[in-house]
Design a binder for this molecule. Structure first.
Ligand code: AQP
Length: 331
């Protein structure tokens, strides 16, 4: 059975983009893969986090993932900092990755913006830690949203260079699993920016714990333009907000964009937004209810993560010990 690895940063409550781009696929992959899912708190730290909030968000995210259908008995769910393999292989990979490769990473440019000098070195080497996350488990399939495509290409480049530098065939190639639709859900306030859990505006995203009232309000307020919806997909060109809402509807309803526009094209956004709210509430409502229920039992959530970390260490430890031996570390 192929091994899947994927992670999510405990930087807030998971949002609709995390769900459609990643979490929903994670749940499906559990059927026929051996899955390792990680709350990547070390990645979260690349941008300052309030320590109390980070702990709370880590537990909160575990609750959301379990509520969404992650099975912690047959698969593994844990938080990254509890397994030392990540930091150790991350360092080896920092010594393999080239500065020129990191300079090309668009996520760093997006997150650092013009104020590059004032960002942490951790944010800069984030992609080599991400490569270490995956390769510590010899995982071969990685389900992510489209924004992570470039990082996965780099993870393969790093592994190949390691193999080449040490004359081994130790790290396997990884295959990104990027959903064909909704691979990039955009902000509800700006259709050219991706939806993010740490966007300062809570109105820009649907969170997986939102109540039906929150969802209705956010969708009603979602930015659109004054034109009616087009009847054909070509009419969505240069209308990023309209395209985003229609594509969210299309993914949730399992209809093509053409089919959605056949139903709603020609009219204003009102009836379409009402139907979108209904779809979102019926998909996310059960996840929110179960999350609230799980959050009442924090010792259970902590136990799930501890147990996951133990099993994650059992897999990753021999792989990282071998990588350390290959580079010449004395034991
Ligand atoms: N808008 C999105 N559309 C589709 N997929 C998305 N993902 C994130 N945003 C979208 C996917 O969710 C997984 C987990 O993401 P992450 O938490 O590790 O980091 P991120 O991509 O930086 O997500 P956020 O929400 O934007 O977090 P912050 O605000 O903390 O930076 C990944 O597979 C990602 O592709």
């Amino acid at each position: 059975m192929q091994r899947v690895f994927s992670g999510i940063q405990p930087t807030g409550v998971p949002q609709l983009g995390n769900y459609l781009g990643a979490i929903r696929n994670w749940v499906g992959l559990q059927k026929d893969h051996d899955c390792v899912f990680c709350l990547v708190d070390m990645h979260a730290l690349t941008v300052w986090q309030d320590p109390t909030a980070l702990r709370e968000q880590t537990l909160g995210q575990a609750a959301v993932l379990l509520a969404a259908g992650i099975d912690p008995k047959n698969h593994i769910l844990y938080n990254q900092s509890a397994v030392s393999a990540h930091a150790r292989l991350g360092w080896l990979f920092n010594c393999v990755v080239r500065l020129g490769w990191l300079n090309r990473m668009t996520q760093f440019k997006d997150k650092a913006g013009k104020d590059r000098e004032n960002h942490s070195a951790g944010l800069y080497v984030y992609p080599s830690l991400m490569a270490a996350d995956i390769h510590s488990f010899h995982a071969t399939r990685v389900p992510v949203g489209d924004d992570q495509r470039q990082h996965l290409e780099l993870a393969n480049d790093i592994a190949q260079k390691f193999n080449h530098d040490y004359g081994v065939d130790f790290f396997p190639l990884i295959e990104p699993l990027i959903p064909p639709n909704a691979a990039r859900v955009m902000s509800l306030r700006d259709g050219t920016k991706k939806m993010s859990k740490s966007d300062p505006s809570a109105q820009s995203r649907i969170e997986l714990t939102d109540t039906p009232e929150d969802i209705a309000l956010k969708i009603r307020r979602a930015k659109t333009d004054p034109e009616p919806l087009p009847s054909e997909e070509a009419g969505l060109e240069n209308r990023p907000e309209a395209r985003n809402l229609v594509s969210i509807y299309s993914v949730l309803s399992n209809e093509t964009i053409g089919q959605v526009l056949e139903t709603f094209g020609g009219s204003g956004f009102g009836p379409f937004k009402n139907a979108l709210v209904e779809l979102l509430v019926s998909t996310l409502g059960p996840v929110a209810t179960e999350t609230r229920h799980l959050l009442q039992d924090k010792p259970y959530l902590q136990q799930v993560l501890r147990d996951g970390a133990e099993r994650a260490s059992a897999i990753s430890e021999p792989i990282v010990v071998e990588a350390e031996r290959l580079v010449g570390f004395l034991r």
